[in-house]
Design a protein around this ligand. Sequence first.
Ligand code: FAD
Length: 396
Amino acid sequence: MKRLNIIVIGAGMGGLSAATALRQAGHHVEVYDRVSELRPAGAAISVWSNGIKVLNQLGLGDAIAAAGGQMDRMAYYHKAGNLLTDFSLEPLYTQVEQRAYPIARTELQRILLNAVGEEHVHLGMSCVDFNQTPEGVMATFEDGSQTTGDLLVIADGTHSRLRDKVVGFHVERRYAGYVNWNGSVPATKDLAPATSWVQYVGDHQRVSMMPMGGAAGEERFYFFFDVPQPTGSDNNPSRYRDELSHHFSDWAAPVQRLIERLDPATMARVEIHDIAPLPTLVSDRVALLGDAGHGMAPDLGQGGCQAMEDAWVLARCLDNAEGSSATDTINQALAAYDAARCERVADIITRARKRAETTHGKNPQQTQQWYEELAVEDGHHIIDGMCKTILSGPLE
Ligand SMILES: Cc1cc2nc3c(=O)[nH]c(=O)nc-3n(C[C@H](O)[C@H](O)[C@H](O)COP(=O)(O)OP(=O)(O)OC[C@H]3O[C@@H](n4cnc5c(N)ncnc54)[C@H](O)[C@@H]3O)c2cc1C
């Protein structure tokens, strides 16, 4: 097909994955981000096997495997420290034919930026509007400048200011009912085993530690704490340690050590939101991608993975479209993208929301039942659920 000029708004993991996939498909792509320096919010991310499969296809698999953490097992403990379940993730990796890699967000960004080429990423460019014409699409930036292209990919994240114009109505973010504090600490045996994803649960709260890689001898754990709270609570790093000490005062010794060792200055605190599934992700020459199109609760660890899937699918839809003109080709490709992605991401938004509610006590009886199920879990149910999510992706 014809080489298209593609504008991507947002240089998060969605925009950069899209730019990589589209450039590799032969298109001319320029990425614009409003920040003057790219600094991902949050310490790390777990890229599950479906996301890794996309990154492999983009030729980034070796770099990700080298930078990512070695996550071989998964364990749940009750808040008091008694083990509920501990199982190998090997059966998961065998069934889906790919390991998962938790990875520092800065490392993932570095790998994606290298793949795109920094000269194609324009910073300090806040997109405020776009307009479509029969011949193309024009993006307008806060400084008054404009750029034109054949196709506009909007990957400006969960707070997207451009999404409403694509779907034709105002999209409200929905509070998921809990606050998440996250960061990283040196990986030591007195916190958790080096290659296990360990979670403590109780009181509708959760603490997680996950191996996120790092130079030899300097490996780190990505940690997070979840606490159900009303929205609008104070966000003050100088109070993080006290808040966590208060919420987790009677939790097991590794949780107390984690609270002692964390560095509030390098942490993030997020009120978790999602958006209801959208009826469409496209409008003429414009496609929503990543959180802009499907912000979801992080409880399945799928937001970033879905952005990567979007990127791969969009590039393939453009490859496969055979219109009689560029406009025709783009229309066909975006219709195919919409058909391939809308239902997939709607299902994951819904399941992530349910998972968030169960973990965080929306219905306390249901949460209690989950704790009881964990105590008799041998890994099968959890792995089956993960397989379902991973294997229904575009790269199976
Ligand atoms: C606590 C937490 C844990 C998570 N854990 C996981 C996990 O383990 N696994 C997983 O797959 N996902 C996880 N996620 C989800 C994941 O972080 C997101 O899905 C992912 O970051 C979305 O990427 P994105 O590129 O769509 O958006 P973003 O990363 O938000 O990037 C959007 C970019 O757009 C830019 N931008 C915004 N507005 C404009 C504008 N007007 N003009 C120009 N640029 C603009 C921003 O500066 C930003 O760089 C988690 C999320 C949270 C909150």
